[in-house]
Design a protein around this ligand. Structure first.
Ligand code: 5RP
Ligand code: FE2
Length: 236
């Protein structure tokens, strides 16, 4: 298995929006690697969240990559806006784009890494013919739209299938592709998710929920890292 190093990406969907800049600084200072930024449009998904202005506002608060997860339809008009607002990675759902290939190219032309996101019911044939054009594959382990949902265990099979495709692509000289998992990730299941082949882990409620549980972000992130230890040792 070729799935190290491991990266933890707190989803700011569960952060305190009234103190968002501080929340971003604190969670990165506590040991997180990436800021996961969920964009929902009340059309592709029922919820409505944040856009490029908020991305621009948090950009100066951290040097960590901002990983924009677009749950919007249509996609393309937002790509240059988020690139200009400081996004580093932009992922979208293939069902939301008329031309997946064009949207992937647009993201890279705008200087960002391009990601393709798979809902629990999205078939993997969307990866056919675009493996050389993506930097990240995002596997949803909940149906998109809300934080705080339970992890759908069938996602583990999909993660393992994608890991095999990524490793085969790399063995044939292809570029590196990150495998990110999003939805219901917790210290209790992150080890299994890593063993299935993921290297990048989004967690919203499990990290920012620390506030209500009287724990620090540092303590919660240590729980995640400890739970990753056996998989990290195997991957080394
Ligand atoms: O894309 C998302 C939902 O559509 C979020 O990133 C995801 O739900 C993270 O939140 P949690 O860890 O609480 O499940
Ligand atoms: Fe997300």
């Amino acid at each position: 298995m070729a799935n190290g190093p491991f990266r933890i990406a707190p989803s700011i969907l569960s952060a305190d929006f009234a103190r968002l800049g501080e929340e971003v600084e604190n969670v990165i200072a506590a040991g997180a690697d990436i800021v996961h930024f969920d964009v929902m449009d009340n059309h592709y998904v029922p919820n409505l969240t944040i856009g490029p202005l908020v991305c621009e506002a948090i950009r100066p608060r951290t040097k960590a990559p901002i990983d924009v997860h677009l749950m919007v339809k249509p996609v393309d008009a937002l790509v240059p806006m988020f690139a200009k607002a400081g996004a580093d990675i932009i992922s979208f759902h293939p069902e939301a784009s008329e031309h997946v290939d064009r949207t992937l190219a647009l993201i890279r032309e705008n200087g960002c890494k391009a990601g393709l996101a798979f809902n629990p019911a999205t078939p993997l044939h969307h990866l056919d013919h675009v493996m050389d054009r993506i930097d990240l594959i995002l596997v949803m382990s909940v149906n998109p739209g809300f934080g705080g949902q339970g992890f759908i265990p069938e996602a583990l099979v999909k993660i393992a299938q994608i890991r095999r495709r990524i490793d085969c692509h790399a063995a044939n000289g292809g570029q590196p592709i990150w495998l990110e998992v999003d939805g219901g990730v917790k210290p209790s299941n992150i080890g299994l998710i890593a063993e299935a082949g993921a290297d990048t882990f989004v967690a919203g409620s499990a990290i920012f929920g620390a506030r209500g549980a009287d724990r620090s972000y540092h303590e919660v992130l240590a729980d995640f890292r400890n739970a990753l230890e056996p998989a990290a040792r195997r991957a080394a």
